[in-house]
Design a protein around this ligand. Structure first.
Ligand code: ADP
Ligand code: MG
Length: 339
């Protein structure tokens, strides 16, 4: 396995993106604005003329989504839902309700391999925080006992969420950025923008095409290689590309790497044989939920899941061999570079 050697015990939260627009082939001089929001660096590049207030509307919407769905802020809607676990239902905004409902649908589709009630485990490990830790087995068992998407009750009329037992915790980290990217695209379209790149910490949406008849070319990072080494290029129009992997956000504890996507059966970071998964599909919320789901399920079950949702969804899989596997839909968009 070609992983960068990390000898010091520290958390590596790498903000740089794993998917990247190939600068050489972008049309000249987009208007770019970037901000730290949703726990990552969010950059939006506009290629059409736009009114001055557009960026500020887009970024305030991103801040609003963070205020609703952050698992790390005490003042978010999600924090209120988590505080009321086992006690009462909490009414939330339309977006928190819809993202939670979508996350629960993915939990059902993956048999709980993807589970938005993963919160107690995420908190226990602290991967991506300043204090990651290797929890004791009893602590892991206690956290696992609180994870079960079937104990989340949604009430459509009151638009409320109730967690069945005290200590349960929703975490929408695997899906919220995808929703946010879709929201950016909705607002961009509303504002008449035809060409734009939305990059929410590597969760990409390439809107429209680069120029007439020319698709965008997006480099997909190779998780087996140094940062910014591309495994290939995806040629896309109006679609999202989202990657999940164990190589972006991890902690090194006692010399061993632990990443941030957890196995809901063992309580340890997922070991599905995959190093990374890239999903290509026009809905970014689905791409985000699927990239985490496929990574957690492993190659075979992951490919079957994507195919059952829509065979047009592109799936690229990286494991520790030199091969890159992909389905038919990905093959149409993605050209690997020879290694
Ligand atoms: P990224 O860090 O790029 O957003 P993902 O979309 O794959 O990567 O989301 C990872 C996040 O999802 C974790 O940081 C955690 O908050 C949450 N998570 C971890 N394991 C699971 C799981 N099994 N099911 C659902 N969410 C998970
Ligand atoms: Mg995800």
């Amino acid at each position: 396995m070609r992983l960068r050697k990390a000898t010091v015990s520290r958390v590596s939260v790498l903000a740089a993106t794993c998917l990247c627009l190939l600068a050489s082939c972008a049309p000249p001089e987009p208007d770019v604005s970037a901000e730290e929001v949703l726990g990552t660096n969010c950059a939006i590049s506009l290629y059409d003329r736009h009114d001055d207030a557009l960026f500020s509307r887009l970024f305030s919407r991103l801040r609003e989504i963070e205020a609703h769905m952050s698992a790390n802020r005490d003042d978010s809607e999600l924090a209120a839902v988590n505080r009321a676990a086992g006690v009462s239902a909490v009414s939330v905004s339309e977006d928190t309700f819809w993202v939670t409902r979508t996350a629960l649908a993915y939990a059902a589709k993956t048999g709980g391999a993807f589970d938005p009630t993963i919160g107690p485990l995420v908190k226990l490990w602290g991967i991506g925080t300043d204090e990651p830790r290797l929890p004791s087995r009893p602590d892991i068992s206690a956290a696992l006992a609180l994870i079960d998407y079937r104990e989340v009750t949604l009430d459509e009329t009151r638009r409320s969420i109730r967690l069945g037992r005290a200590g349960m915790r929703l975490d929408l980290g695997a899906i919220a950025k995808g929703y946010a990217a879709d929201e950016m695209v909705r607002m961009l379209r509303e504002a008449g923008q035809k060409r734009a790149i939305v990059d929410l910490g590597g969760n990409i949406y390439a809107l429209g095409e680069k120029s007439r008849g020319q698709p965008w070319r997006v480099g997909v990072q190779d998780p087996r290689q140094e940062r910014h080494v591309y495994s290939g290029v995806a040629r896309v129009r109006s679609t999202s590309l989202v990657t999940s992997g164990g190589y972006e956000r991890f902690a090194v504890i006692n010399g061993k790497r632990y990443h941030h996507i957890f196995d809901t059966k063992t309580g340890y970071p997922v070991d599905s044989g995959l190093l990374g998964v890239t999903i290509i599909c026009p809905s970014s919320i689905d791409a985000d939920a699927l990239s985490t789901s496929v990574f957690a399920l492993g190659a075979e079950r992951g490919l079957a899941l994507a195919a059952s949702i829509d065979p047009a969804i592109g799936v690229i899989l990286f494991d520790s061999t030199d091969e890159i596997s992909m389905n038919e839909a990905a093959r149409r968009a993605f050209t690997p570079v020879p290694r």
